[in-house]
Design a protein around this ligand. Structure first.
Ligand code: 4NP
Length: 152
């Protein structure tokens, strides 16, 4: 199974989602591939934001090897599940989809915890460090549900 986490810049939220799920899957011996991407390419080639790196680090998760990239059309075929961090990312990914099979893979991540509520993981970029910990806690819950739902 291949899971893609997507936000706007692929430096704050989706790197945390990527790192948390990868970390938990490894601990659970769940053999999946996790990646992340941004809907824009403004931060292509960059490491995650230092605040995401330190927040992950406080929870013993290392995301320093991640590199930001923009989502591409082929991702919609290659990945089995594509999780958007917010409804804006969700709509932008859906616009890239060229068939129903691709569309059906795209989900708003917090709907795994609160089905149908379309809750956004708030963009922490312009705020303080507490915003990053809040993002971490939300994604911690969501990734628990992903494991419960999809790990056999
Ligand atoms: P992310 O956060 O989508 O969670 O990676 C952002 C990072 C950068 C920008 C916006 C959001 N930016 O405008 O540069």
């Amino acid at each position: 199974m291949k899971i893609l986490m997507v936000c706007l810049g692929n430096i704050c939220r989706s790197p945390l989602a990527h790192g948390i799920l990868e970390h938990k899957a490894k601990k659970e011996n769940w053999d999946i591939e996790v990646d992340s991407a941004g809907t824009n390419g403004f931060h292509d080639g960059e490491k995650p934001d230092s605040r995401s790196i330190s927040t992950a680090g406080m929870h013993q998760i290392d995301i320093t090897n991640q590199v930001s990239r923009q989502i591409k059309k082929e991702d919609l075929d290659e990945f089995d599940l594509i999780y958007a961090m917010d409804s804006s990312n969700y709509n932008n990914i859906l616009e890239m989809a060229s068939n129903e099979r691709q569309k059906s893979k795209v989900k708003i991540i917090m709907n795994e915890v609160y089905p149908g509520k379309n809750i956004n993981v708030p963009d922490p970029y312009y705020g303080g460090d507490e915003g990053f910990e809040n993002v971490f806690q939300m994604l911690n819950e969501a990734t628990d549900m992903i494991i419960k739902k999809y790990k056999n």
